[in-house]
Design a protein around this ligand. Structure first.
Ligand SMILES: Cc1ncc(COP(=O)(O)O)c(C=O)c1O
Length: 398
């Protein structure tokens, strides 16, 4: 079959299974209230947990960075593109989150996807076994596959099963890999137990704190700081396009690990460094996250999380037990999830449907993503719409 026919057939199959994705176009900054596809909408779709993406100080820092360093970096980090803004940000990040290790150093990547690919391919290879949580993010899965290491998947958060796998392993190098906050469930990994297992089995522990950094822990230093963990075998990845409100990612670990990544992490080496202005804006974001305003935003977010948990329990669907800003409501079938998404959309609420392969078959869900930019009135709107939809669904089944 010619290639285009194959692709068209593949797209028809996605339609038939309710799996075709459609992009929305946003005309306004990322905020609680946005214009999406030309309509006024309250958004529960972003990962802008602290509501910083449109913060005037970050917008000003981006402009100031562009004035000072220009629009583009001009090259890769190892060949002329590494600016003072990148270097400063790495120092800021190491000082902010590096308390879990002696001699901390941080490395700034253009995206979290690249950071995870970079860490796993540089630290793992043939002769390594990667022990990976069943619900890890796609970027960790892809990094593990690309590394050519053996991959063993342990059931979600099941540290007994992981312990048994580590006991049975005779790999030269062992790498335990886990999200801290799981991106589609919002639950938190048993981090203290993972550190204990890593130390007992002389393994590395790579944690992806994409959804914890900025939100969890003292001053938003992340899930590792929240659990007050310290270990030389810990490697932390954090992303900067979610709670930090800008873009990019970092790896923080012992200085020797970071130096190895500079030498060997291909997604770091073989790409143009992101604009220095972005790094300059992230440094400004860290000052907000770590200061009083960050504390106030986290307090408001936690208030919204408490309200949402209570609200979701009143519906006829299955909320996931999450204490974080990611509040999933499992509907089950793809078409029912899409229908609920469309119903909310008609009410001016954007709550994305998450379907396989992002989540396991039969567990399609609405992913309600909360932000400090939301007001109580925004949540009231969502509550009313969900109440109505839940009542209608129950009547339909009666
Ligand atoms: C857990 C997790 N890790 C990594 C990433 C990738 O980060 P980025 O969007 O910066 O590429 C994401 C989300 O996109 C994520 O949810």
């Amino acid at each position: 079959m010619p290639l285009l026919d194959t692709l068209e057939q593949g797209l028809r199959e996605l339609d038939a299974r309710g799996l075709r994705r459609r992009r929305r176009t946003i005309d306004t900054p990322c905020d609680a209230h946005m214009t999406v596809d030309g309509r006024e909408t309250i958004g529960f779709a972003s990962n802008d947990y602290l509501g910083l993406a449109a913060h005037p100080q970050l917008v000003a820092a981006l402009a100031e960075g562009a004035q000072r360093y220009g629009a583009g970096s001009g090259g890769s980090h190892l060949l002329g593109g590494h600016s003072r803004a990148h270097a400063q940000l790495e120092d800021d990040l190491a000082a902010f989150v590096g308390g879990f290790v002696d001699a901390p150093r941080a490395l700034y990547f253009s995206t979290g996807y690249m950071a995870n690919l970079g860490v796993l391919t540089a630290l793992a290879g043939r002769g390594t076994t990667i022990f990976s949580d069943a619900l890890n993010h796609a970027s960790l899965i892809d990094g593990a596959r690309l590394s050519r290491a053996e991959i063993q998947i342990y059931p979600h958060n099941d540290t007994d099963a992981l312990g048994a796998m580590l006991d049975a392993s005779d790999a030269n190098v062992k790498l335990i890999v886990s999200d801290t906050v799981f991106s589609m469930d919002g639950d938190v990994a048993p981090l203290a137990r993972l550190v204990e297992l890593a130390e007992r089995h002389d393994a590395w522990l790579v944690v992806d704190d994409a959804h914890g950094f900025g939100v969890l822990g003292p001053q938003g230093r992340g899930a590792i700081a929240e659990a007050a963990l310290r270990s030389p075998q810990l490697v932390m990845v954090g992303t900067l396009g979610k709670a930090a409100g800008v873009s990019g990612a970092f790896v923080c670990a012992h200085a020797t690990v970071i130096e190895w990544l500079v030498q060997r992490a291909r997604p770091y080496i073989f790409t143009t460094a992101s604009s220095p202005s972005v790094a300059h804006a992230v440094s400004a974001s860290l000052r907000i996250i770590g200061g009083e305003e960050g504390d106030a935003r986290r307090a408001h977010l936690n208030h919204l999380i408490g309200r949402t948990r209570a609200m979701l329990k009143q519906t006829c669907w299955l909320p996931v037990d999450s204490m974080t800003a990611v509040q999933p409501l499992v509907i089950g079938a793809n078409d029912a999830t899409l229908a609920l998404q469309a119903e909310l959309e008609r009410d001016g609420l954007w709550v994305p449907a998450i379907r396989p392969p992002t989540v396991p078959e039969g567990t399609s869900r609405l992913r309600i993503s909360l932000s400090a930019a939301h007001s109580d009135a925004d949540l009231d709107r969502l509550n009313t719409a969900l109440e109505q939809a839940s009542r209608a669904a129950l009547e339909h089944h009666a």
